[in-house]
Design a protein around this ligand. Structure first.
Ligand code: GTP
Ligand code: MG
Length: 494
């Protein structure tokens, strides 16, 4: 049977000698420590101690305590075996079972569970300061000889998470021969993950790879917490950071496109999983709209975005007619494009140490002596494996790049992932068919490097070093830009 904290019997379960089917216990949680507020007491007809299955149930169902009453040969209750979960950092997930007799003096259950919950919160909350933030566990599963280094990839995931106010309190990395079709992870790892969410008091699991709607649902059902993947996380960041009308339309479009295939599987358990972290962006209620209405909305958004794109195109045409060359800043997110833009144009575009600070295009004119003039644009940052839905929704914004006469590829020279980031940017430029546009590679943040090292790095990569924080360091860059655009013999801007 199951008992609640008040000692009241909640369920009476009749099993056989082999097993017991535990009914759905509902989703109620007893607050801190994440115990369910329910203890399970059952009989062991052969007087055997708690089995591995019992301990798995204890963890999976987050019982306050699990107890088995052993039945003696005379058919009378005898030994009482019981165990409970242990907080993170303990050697084993469950306490070693104690065996007393049912006739022992009364056990102060309330005192025991209060102390245990306190211990759980003390151990989990002390480790990382996470006030006002969502606590999550990161999971990276790699198969075969993956090109991506899990450590680097998880570091980027941590930065993405930080931008979304999520703190990754722990991580799980598994290398497998192939992904488990249902759970991605192996079943044993999944149980371990479940235990971690409980011990570390996490409400969220963030997967470093994309999951199918079925996988999201299956994992959420086992672990009983919200599950999101990298794409959903990036979508969520875009949703929080889109401030312009066009940006908001594009984000809503991307979210609807992402969710449409997932609406097919909607049921109550699943709708709980939707809506990104804390259900931002288009509100939760919007997600309940049926597929037809979602499709109608998608068509409307596409049309509105097209109008924005046409407007943009006509601006571009006007610029082209006047023969003003366009220089676009492109690069991986957080490389320092906006900071450099501000330094060059004396502007105040938002620049911050978060990913995707910029989700729209800012344009400024810049005058040189000799009546030379150019337009410089700050753009949205790139990232490896940008979700397709976002890529297509932000097509118009990304395409600003293709109209440029010169690209300044801004690289964060201090980032250990610099090489992969350059590669990712080149790949995206290729997708945008922008590889023919003349490019200058700008290694930014050289102030963080040793000067000799920085000089070598720039030479090896045919790049110009700058520090966007120091305006004077951008002077050689602007001279190079000028000479590239107007140098004698060059085709020049058209
Ligand atoms: N040390 C140092 N930090 C810099 C430099 N340039 C930019 N930063 C910092 O890097 C962070 C990101 O700068 P942003 O200009 O927002 O980067 P961005 O490329 O526009 O990023 P997104 O718009 O998110 O794609 C900010 O915290 C800047 O202060 C630099 O030359 N040196
Ligand atoms: Mg920016």
């Amino acid at each position: 049977m199951t008992l609640d904290r008040g000692g009241k019997v909640r369920h009476v379960i009749v099993g056989d000698a082999e097993q017991l089917f535990i009914p759905d216990l509902g989703r109620a949680r007893a607050g801190a420590g994440r115990f369910r507020g329910i203890r399970l007491v059952h009989t062991h007809l052969r007087n055997e101690p708690l089995s591995q299955d019992d301990l798995t149930d204890l963890a999976r169902l987050r019982f306050d305590l699990i107890a088995a009453v052993g039945v003696g040969p005379d058919g009378r209750p005898g030994t009482l075996y019981h165990s409970h979960l242990l907080p993170a950092g303990s050697e084993t997930p469950c306490a070693e079972q104690s065996a007393t007799t049912v006739h022992d003096e009364r056990f102060d259950f309330t005192g025991f569970i209060t102390a245990l919950e306190e211990e759980f919160s003390r151990r989990t909350l002390g480790a990382v300061e996470t006030e006002g933030q969502i606590r999550a566990i990161a999971v990276h599963v790699s198969v075969g000889a993956d090109a991506i280094d899990p450590g680097e990839s998880l570091r980027e995931l941590a930065e993405l998470s930080r931008t979304a106010d999520i703190v990754l309190v722990d991580r799980m990395v598994q290398k497998r021969r192939q992904y488990d079709p249902k759970y991605v992870l192996g079943r044993g790892k999944l149980d371990e993950l479940l235990l971690m969410t409980m011990q570390l008091d996490c409400d969220l699991i963030v997967f470093d790879q994309d999951l199918s709607p079925h996988q999201v649902r299956a994992i959420a059902e086992v672990t009983d917490v919200k599950v999101i993947d990298r794409s959903q996380l990036i979508l969520d960041i875009f949703a929080r950071r889109a401030h312009t009308r066009e940006g908001k339309l594009a984000v809503e479009l991307a979210q609807l496109r992402y969710r449409l295939p997932r609406l097919a599987h909607q049921n109550t358990a699943f709708s709980r999983l939707m809506g990104g972290v804390g259900g931002r962006g288009p509100g939760e209620t919007k997600l309940e709209i049926d597929r037809r209405r979602a499709r109608d909305r998608i068509t409307r958004l596409e049309r509105e975005l097209e109008v924005c794109a046409t407007h943009r195109q006509s601006q571009r045409t006007r610029r082209e007619r006047r023969g003003v060359p366009v220089v676009a800043l492109v690069g991986y997110t957080n490389a320092g494009k906006s900071t450099l833009f501000n330094a060059i144009t004396h502007s105040e575009v938002l620049a911050e140490d978060k990913l995707f600070a910029t989700l729209h295009v800012t344009t400024r004119r810049l005058r040189f002596p000799e009546d030379r003039e150019l337009v410089i644009i700050d753009t949205v940052g790139f990232i490896r494996d940008l979700p397709d839905d976002l890529r297509s929704a932000f097509k118009a914004t990304l395409e600003e790049v293709t109209g440029a006469d010169l690209l300044l590829h801004v690289v964060d020279a201090g980032d250990p992932r610099m090489r992969q980031q350059i590669e990712s940017v080149d790949t995206i430029l290729g997708d945008l068919e922008a590889l023919d546009i003349p490019r200058i590679r700008v290694f930014n943040k050289v102030d963080l490097l040793d000067p000799v090292l920085a000089a070598n790095l720039c030479r090896n990569h045919d790049a110009l070093g700058v520090s966007a924080l120091d305006r004077s360091s951008t002077r050689p860059l602007m001279e190079l830009v000028e000479s590239r655009l107007w140098q004698a013999g060059a085709t020049g801007p058209h």
